[in-house]
Design a protein around this ligand. Structure first.
Ligand code: AMP
Length: 279
């Protein structure tokens, strides 16, 4: 696996790739890689000539310094994992060099910024859009791969390619979970064994919503789900929304594609997840 950290070096590498008419799959990550990330890289390997994985803990997308400082860093282990699955290139930029020019992305739709993660993490999506736009500027990928776990982020990524007027295809990959149902996340490294078990309650609350649509209205469902989580979790939001508009629904008739979304803190670790409520 090739490793590059300089933006100039990656531009040179990409010029060569373009000359050879090769397709480029891109998997942006913040490192501390787990099976969810590796699944994206494997899918990208199947569908492209070259796969680039980036590891960059983007300070622009953290609205809390404590969260940024506590973010896990396991670069040597990450490199070994990427080598094992034949990732072609690891791009690990240095903040100052990457952001020598920071694209300022304007006009992110309010349907994304005014709900859920947009409300609870002010500035988060602007920070994500800026770094991804910078990556795309350096190596306009044929396809870019994102996890459904960050469902709102996928909506942002689909909007961003239109905003930048590029042809990159946004590919969404299913959420990879522990056997217990807890969605894999780099942040899970900050949970102990007991807390990992408790974390599965989030998935159980989502499943409860999927399995009881006939019995409760969306509002009643949200209350029940919050009650399930309340003793252990500090719930930031639990929302049932249409998965295309991301807007909360009041009745099941309001959406053909309802999805439950949750963000909850367990022992100070912020976990997010979502699940389609369609059987
Ligand atoms: P992160 O390193 O958390 O920024 O995530 C990098 C990419 O991996 C994003 O597209 C995430 O949505 C995706 N991802 C994170 N966790 C999972 C998971 N459990 N299953 C599938 N994709 C994931």
């Amino acid at each position: 696996m090739k490793e590059i950290s300089k933006p100039k070096a990656i531009s040179d590498y990409i010029s060569e790739v373009i000359r050879e008419h090769k397709t480029v799959g891109f998997v942006p990550t913040m490192g501390a890689l787990h099976k969810g990330h590796l699944d994206l890289v494997r899918r990208a390997k199947q569908e492209n000539d070259i796969v680039i994985c980036s590891i960059f803990v983007n300070p622009l997308q953290f609205n809390k310094t404590t969260d940024l400082e506590a973010y896990p860093n396991r670069i040597e282990k990450d490199k070994a994992l990427l080598e094992e699955i034949n990732c072609d290139l690891l791009f690990c930029p240095v903040k100052e060099e990457l952001f020598a020019t920071v694209p300022h992305i304007e006009g992110i739709p309010e349907t994304i910024t005014s709900v859920m993660e947009g409300v609870h993490r002010p500035g988060h999506f602007e920070g994500v859009a800026a770094v991804i736009a910078r990556f795309y500027e350096l190596f306009i990928p044929t396809k870019a791969y994102y996890g459904e776990k960050d469902f709102q982020q996928v909506a942002l990524m689909k909007w961003l390619v239109g905003c930048l007027n590029i042809n990159t295809e946004v590919v969404t990959c299913s959420t990879i979970r522990e056997d217990s149902g807890l969605a894999l996340s780099s942040r899970n490294l900050r949970l102990n064994e007991e807390e990992i078990k408790q974390g599965s309650l989030i998935f159980q609350a989502l499943l409860f919503c999927k399995n009881n649509k006939e019995t409760y209205t969306p509002a009643e469902m949200v209350e029940k789900a919050k009650q399930k989580l309340a003793p252990l979790f500090d719930v930031e939001y639990f929302v049932i929304a249409d998965e295309n508009t991301l807007q909360a629904i009041n009745s099941w008739e309001d959406s053909a594609f309802p999805r439950a979304f949750v963000a909850a803190n367990l022992s100070g670790v912020r976990l997010i997840d979502n699940l389609s409520l369609i059987p």
